[in-house]
Each structure stands twice: as C-alpha cells, then as structure tokens.
Design a protein around this ligand. Structure first.
Ligand code: UDP
Length: 267
C-alpha cells in the first residue's frame, strides 16, 4: 500500500488522508490516556474493539436519521469517514451522576438524574477542556445558535436510542461524550456526528451488578479493562466465541452474503 499522509495524531486515534477528497481514515490505537494525558497506558486490543463498536453504533444511529461521518470500516483498526470541520466542543450527555459531575455538585455517583443533562466543554488540551455555557459558545462564535439547536436535538435522540440499545443488553448508559463537525456544500453547511462512540467515551455499568465496563477501569486503576471492553462488544453481538472481532459476525459481510444468496425477484 502506498504511504499515506498523516494528518493528525490524537490520544487514541491517528487520522490519515483518505483515498478520495473529503475523506479521512481513522486508525484506532491501543493507547489510553486519562486526566488530560497525565496518565498514559495501553489497553491491549482496545483499538480493534473500539473500531468495531463505534462502527456498530454509528451505523445504528444512521438508521434513525442521525447524520454521521462514518462511511465504512476498512479493516480491524481503520474506518473511512467524511472529513469535517470539527466544532471545538465536547458534548457530554448524562443520565446518572458520575465523574466530574459528582465532584462538581457533591452528589454520590450512581444517583439517577430527574432528566437528561447536556453539558459543553471547550476542546482545548492546553486549558484542560473547561466547561463552558451556551453564552460562551455564542459569544466566542464556536458554533452558531442554529448549530447548537441541531446539536442538542441530536444529542437527545442519540441518548434515547443508546439508552435503549444498551439496556437491551443489561447495560446502564450513565453518560457519554459526543463530538460534531461541519460539512460544507457550497455556502451551506450542516452539522454531523463525528469522532467515535465506544467504552473510551461512555460510562457503561452492568445494570444488575453495577460493574464498570468502560474506561473508568483504566482511569481508576481497577484492572480488567481489556475484558470489560470485550464484554461490551460481546453483548452487542460483535465478537466470535473465541473473543475475536472476526468476520463471522460482521453484519455487513453477513448482509452481502445474504444478498448474494437471495433468489432473483420474479419479473
Ligand atoms: N469524556 C470523554 N473525554 C473527555 C472527558 C470526558 O470521553 O475528555 C467522557 C467520559 O468518558 C464520560 C463523560 O464524558 O463518559 C463524562 O465525563 P466527566 O465529565 O465525568 O469527566 P471525567 O470524570 O471522565 O474526567
């Protein structure tokens, strides 16, 4: 394969120039960081699993009409996505008190919120991703009023869908982080879902036991992070019995096999 131009290396992913203009390849690494990269490590096989989980979630979300950057998975660690202009916000959606919210408001982790909360953080490693209000977003022109309306509406729909998807496999969706980007069509631009959705940026607790199945295992030195990520993929039906995210349960391969085998429609 010809050498590809690297566009950016982040904490968990590398972005390469895609094969066509307007596309990018997202490469999922095993590297894990926490506390604004003060804690660094690796979670074996994380990149392969997150690539697969994120593909699954983005594909499901597109079936309910959420526009996303996902085009297709290329291989175990890479997916082809649309190039977007990233909106410099981390959009956090919360159903249950945990993490920085527990600290900020002094409530115990695990308390169910009376309604879903959406919070915005400025994407800035130098500043440590400070929380910002919609007033700041408008004042500093990070996103327009219309874009924020679209983002909030999409965040709520994504949350409703994901709560259902995870509760069906006995997982409580505590909170998660989203990122959005703009795509341009002439003078017109619209907002689509970008980045990834995986146990790296969701809090996922087993409904029955409360066991954490996400990156908090790494952040809090609990151990068992590889098994936790695998467990999420397994419950989503994305792993073979041997624990490999192989092609047997690759639904796109499965569907094309079905299409190939389908009887010809009657004339
Ligand atoms: N999150 C993330 N990236 C960040 C900060 C948070 O993906 O830079 C996710 C995190 O995994 C959790 C949610 O956003 O699911 C809320 O995180 P919180 O604000 O509680 O921060 P944390 O306690 O993780 O520092």
């Amino acid at each position: 394969m010809s050498r590809r131009r690297q566009i950016y290396e982040g904490k968990a992913k590398i972005l390469y120039e895609g094969p066509e203009p307007g596309t990018i390849i997202q490469y999922f690494k095993d590297d894990a960081t926490a506390f604004n990269a003060q804690k660094k490590g690796t979670i074996n096989g994380k990149g392969v699993i997150n690539n697969r989980i994120s593909e699954h979630v983005f594909t499901r979300l597109s079936t309910i009409g959420i526009p996303t950057h996902f085009i297709r998975r290329l291989n175990m660690r890479e997916q082809l996505v649309r190039q977007v202009e990233i909106i410099p916000l981390e959009v956090v959606v919360r159903n249950v008190v945990a993490g920085s919210l527990a600290t900020r408001v002094g409530l115990p982790e695990g308390e169910q919120l009376p309604h879903t909360l959406i919070e915005y953080y400025l994407k800035s490693d130098e500043l440590g991703d400070p929380m910002v209000a919609e007033e700041h977003i408008a004042c500093f022109n990070w996103a327009s009023h219309e874009e924020m309306q679209d983002i909030a509406a999409m965040a709520i729909r994504i949350n409703d869908f994901m709560c259902g998807m995870f509760s069906a496999i006995d997982i409580r969706l505590v909170d998660f982080k989203l990122e959005f980007g703009r795509i341009y069509d002439g003078d017109y631009s619209r907002v689509i879902l970008a980045d990834e959705i995986s146990p790296d940026n969701c809090r996922l607790w087993d409904f029955t036991t409360g066991e954490k199945l996400d990156k908090d295992r790494f952040r809090r030195d609990m151990g068992g992070e590889e098994e936790a990520y695998q467990e999420v993929a397994r419950r989503l039906g994305l792993l073979q019995d041997d624990g490999n995210p192989g092609e047997v349960l690759d639904m796109s391969a499965h569907r094309s096999r079905l299409r190939g085998a389908a009887p010809k429609p009657k004339k």
